[in-house]
Design a protein around this ligand. Structure first.
Ligand code: 2RA
Length: 334
């Protein structure tokens, strides 16, 4: 089983290496690809050094079985043919193919079987906010069809990459030292601030990030579910938080929703208000699961349930989900 990582030097690429190692993915060979700037760097994996090859339109993917790609949408579009032409399956973390009806969009806990239908040899990894949300929606959908969702996301700097995380760290220092704050990666200073815009605005007043939550959720859940999202950048390093409100066809109790969460793979419930127990990003970065809490009935709608969720944007929001798709693809080949 030969695995390729494309974009290995980025935050998600580095996490892909970690996840493959930690989960002892049964690979027999590993090949790393990156930009001209990254070429020649080396990374250790299971005690062996691997050199980054410059990604080029050649036959380097000839004997690759699965390529984990996280190098931006432009690179994915440009290199999809080169990566897949010899038969490799491309698991793509960019938004390039997510809404292509020839490409499955997969969160293994929700719609793993979709990964088996790959006419283009491409499987798309959903947007981090969508992954986190649909993991929490699936157990509720199994109790009663979800008609609509309102969600506000509180997205960490990691969603904009390693350099954005570094900028937030630097801004916090600059604020603490009373110095002028350097602003490059975001439209405004992020430290001590909230920015209610992620990606560009579309013609309906929603941003592309918010429309991803609408469109991707319908595709993954094979549902007419309506999602209205407000996506906000917050001064947090690497875990996204979401405040979610769902309306279901049938009235549900908090107890049956909590039990459904507790029994669902990939979810951990932290929900004890009396003990001030609820998920918080500061304490959950680096974890694999989606954490849910603040589970309660909506006071304004008997068929409404509200809850809070936190999950690591780089792990379950990107690298872990991609590796779990790869694990699903090979599960009967061991
Ligand atoms: C973000 N979801 O958080 C977007 C891309 N990772 O910036």
């Amino acid at each position: 089983m030969k695995i390729a990582i494309v974009g290995v030097s980025g935050a998600v690429g580095q996490e892909l290496l970690k996840v493959l190692d930690q989960r002892n993915f049964p690979l027999t060979d590993l090949v790393l690809f990156g930009s001209k700037r990254s070429a020649g760097q080396t990374y250790a994996f299971k005690g062996k050094e691997y050199k980054v090859n410059e990604l080029q339109h050649n036959d380097d993917f000839k004997d690759v079985d699965i390529a984990l790609v996280s190098a931006g949408g432009g690179t994915s579009l440009d290199y999809a043919e080169t990566i897949t032409k010899h038969g490799a399956i491309m698991i793509d973390n960019s938004s390039a193919f997510r809404m292509d009806d020839q490409v499955p969009l997969v969160v293994p806990e929700v719609n793993a079987e979709d990964a088996l239908n790959t006419p283009k040899n491409i499987i798309a990894n959903p947007n981090c906010t969508t992954i986190q949300m649909v993991v929490s929606l699936k157990p509720i959908e199994k109790l009663s069809h979800i008609k609509r969702v309102h969600v506000s996301s509180y997205q960490s700097a990691s969603g904009a990459g390693a350099s954005a995380m570094a900028e937030l760290e630097q801004q916090i220092k600059e604020v603490a030292e009373g110095k002028s704050v350097n602003v490059e990666k975001f439209a405004y200073q992020l430290a001590l601030n909230l920015i209610p815009q992620i990606d560009v605005f579309t013609e309906n007043g929603y941003t592309k990030e918010e429309m991803k939550m609408y469109n991707e959720t319908q595709k993954i859940m094979h549902s007419d579910i309506e999602v209205s999202a407000t996506c906000v950048r917050v001064p947090v390093m690497r875990a996204h938080s979401e405040s979610i409100w769902v309306e279901t066809e049938k009235e549900l109790t908090v107890e049956e929703v909590r039990e459904a969460f507790q029994n669902f793979e990939g979810i951990i419930v932290q929900d004890n208000p009396e003990e001030k127990q609820y998920p918080m990003p500061l304490f959950l970065s680096g974890r694999d699961e989606v954490f849910v809490g603040r589970i309660r009935k909506d006071l304004s709608n008997p068929k409404g349930i509200a809850f809070w969720s936190v999950s690591d944007q780089i792990r379950k929001g990107a690298a872990l989900n991609a590796v779990q798709i790869a694990e699903y693809l090979i599960k009967d080949k061991k």
